[in-house]
Design a protein around this ligand. Structure first.
Ligand code: CA
Length: 254
């Protein structure tokens, strides 16, 4: 998979805040499609790819859960009737693990009660099948825009990480604020953004290698960059979970 990168973005430019790929017509946004019907999945994936998205697909709820928890997406399109884990149950699991990526539910179940259930389970939008393709694409653009506005500033304990400038600074509401911002390298920023995007989740070295670095590199590169982050931001910024991997420090300031 593509590495997570922090890129400098000119003010007002609508492109993905965390992505290593060059901007395309829709800015190289990453989309996860969870749909079990193979033909429909292929049609939708082709449609989204044509629109300029980088598309990952999952054919069942278990695969969708794994991808949603280990990779960063700008938007998720989710079917309800899925093998392994039902769609709304899957979304609740993502939300419990801190996944805030906007989700559009695409379902044959389009009654008012079904829509209410979907929105209550954590979906940002709900579209009943059959649907108009242009409307689906427009709704995805709207979701992405709303999400980008909040995604550029990631809370990291008492800090916040600016994905545009790669600076870590005191959160505005933090008592005793006023220390100078800390500048991160592209890879330090990608690593911290991945951990901070799922507070509480433990990432294995393999997860971080595929999500932040490249699969060709040795897992030791992950340990090296954890060391760099701790040197710049304090030991508490990243927790080591023995035998499992790393997670965001529960109190990065300790
Ligand atoms: Ca289905």
């Amino acid at each position: 998979m593509r590495a997570v990168r922090c890129t400098r973005i000119p003010a007002g430019t609508k492109i993905a805040a965390v992505d290593s790929t060059p901007p395309t017509a829709t800015g190289g946004f990453r989309l996860l499609l969870v749909e079990d019907e193979p033909e429909f999945r292929a049609i939708l994936a082709a449609l989204f790819t044509d629109e300029g998205y980088h598309v990952d697909v999952a054919g069942d709820g278990q695969r969708g859960l794994h991808l949603g928890l280990t990779r960063r997406y700008d938007v998720i399109v989710l079917d309800r009737g899925l093998p392994a884990i039902e769609g709304l149950d899957l979304m609740r699991r993502w939300r419990r693990h801190g996944v805030t990526t906007p989700v559009l539910v695409l379902s044959a179940r389009g009654a008012a009660a079904d829509r209410v259930a979907g929105l209550d389970a954590g979906a940002e939008d709900y579209l009943a099948k059959p649907f108009d393709v242009d409307e689906l694409l427009a709704r995805l653009r709207a979701l992405r825009r709303r999400h980008l506005d909040v995604a550029r500033m990631l809370p990291v304990g008492g800090y916040r990480l600016d994905l545009d400038t790669r600076e870590v600074s005191d959160a505005p509401d933090h008592a005793g604020a006023g220390t100078a911002p800390v500048q991160l390298s592209e890879r330090e920023c990608g690593l911290l953004a991945t951990l901070a995007g799922r507070p509480g989740q433990v990432f294995s070295r393999a997860d971080l290698l595929t999500g932040v670095f490249t699969e060709a590199e040795s897992p030791i590169v992950v340990d090296t960059y954890v060391h760099y982050l701790r040197r710049k931001l304090g030991r508490g910024i990243v927790d080591t979970v023995r035998g499992r991997g790393y997670r965001l420090g529960r109190d990065p300031r300790r």
